[in-house]
Design a protein around this ligand. Structure first.
Ligand SMILES: [Zn+2]
Ligand SMILES: [Zn+2]
Length: 333
């Protein structure tokens, strides 16, 4: 009798405490550690993800919305809806991961452009582009509108709760339009050490991009305006232009123009180059820049993702390729 009573107590203890233990194990086992503040700072997820505070730079307003709803507006704004579904899914995973890393409730820094606390803004050059899915103005033909929006929603829904992780940590899921044949290593462009999953990889998949190759002329006048002292008129043989440093991904790290030495980022900003995968030739009109790709070249190549998907790759493979060795982790539901 006494033994039966003990067994009953043991069962009651199990019934009361086991579910909590299981939940705790599930969280520890499945959730990667959020950024800098430790696991204790993460908020529980609903099946629509955490609430995020989006700073709309067009209206200068902060909007609160669920992550999954937010992502529909991001994928629509960041990738052509006509892309292969597996490419759209890779974009959804990358954007979800990118967003989570910025969430303050997950130890992220938020977006400092916003006058009041916000996790992320809708400015593509600062955080991540976003368009209100109810008022999309992407030049879609009216008769295709429903179908294209449905593709975007499908990509988000079919990857709901999935992020890209490396050794259990959400990755810094940066992406760009077109790499032009070879992606860039993060340490070739940005400060900070090597990031194991942001390494240069060959990309044979983005050749169909309209941005694969661009020729840009930097006129003598533009040179003289931007770099005082350089000749405003062509003087044969008098303007030495030389790439003095290459990045790991074969881009311009440093360029010498006459007496000036420009770092890659400065060069790109000053002369509005589409990328830094450029070669240069001086002729009678100025400096001709022959550039491959569009964007910084680090991480996911969007046109490359589309090309890889056309060749039958799925979004798991695309993510693991462009973020070397990363894998998909399910956070919710
Ligand atoms: Zn921002
Ligand atoms: Zn590419």
């Amino acid at each position: 009798m006494r033994r039966a009573a003990l067994a009953l107590v043991a069962i009651m203890i199990l019934v009361i405490f086991l579910p909590a233990a299981v939940v705790s194990l599930a969280r520890d086992g499945r959730l990667p550690q959020p950024g800098k503040q430790g696991a204790g700072s993460s908020e529980p997820f609903t099946d629509r993800g955490p609430l995020i505070r989006l700073y709309r730079t067009d209206l200068k307003q902060v909007l609160e919305l669920e992550l999954e709803d937010y992502l529909v507006g991001v994928v629509a704004a960041e990738m052509p809806a006509s892309f292969e579904l597996e490419a759209l899914k890779a974009q959804a995973v990358a954007s979800r991961t990118y967003t989570l890393r910025r969430c303050r409730s997950w130890g992220g820094q938020g977006c400092e452009l916003s006058p009041e606390p916000a996790d992320i803004c809708s400015e593509s050059t600062h955080c991540q582009a976003w368009l209100d899915p109810g008022h999309l103005d992407l030049g879609w033909p009216e008769d295709k509108r429903e179908e294209l929006l449905h593709r975007i929603k499908t990509a988000v829904q079919e990857t709901a709760g999935e992020i890209a992780t490396y050794r259990g940590e959400p990755i810094e899921a940066v992406y760009h339009s077109t790499c032009g044949g070879q992606t860039e290593s993060s340490h070739g462009l940005w400060e900070g050490g090597q990031v194991p999953y942001l390494q240069t990889v060959p990309c044979p998949y983005c050749i169909h991009s309209p941005h694969y190759r661009t020729e840009k002329l930097i006129s003598y006048q533009a040179l003289a305006d931007t770099l005082p002292g350089t000749p405003a008129q062509p003087v044969t043989g008098s303007l030495p232009v030389e790439i003095t440093l290459f990045t790991p991904g074969d881009r311009v790290g440093r360029l010498k123009i006459g007496d000036y030495t420009l770092e890659g980022k400065e060069l790109r900003n000053r002369f509005q180059l589409p990328s830094l995968a450029c070669s240069f030739q001086v002729d009678s009109r100025g400096i001709r820049a022959d550039c491959k790709g569009k964007g910084h070249g680090v991480g996911l190549c969007q046109y490359g993702a589309d090309g890889a998907a056309r060749q039958g790759q799925n979004y798991h493979q695309i993510i693991a390729y462009y973020y070397s060795g990363a894998e998909i982790t399910v956070l919710y539901p």
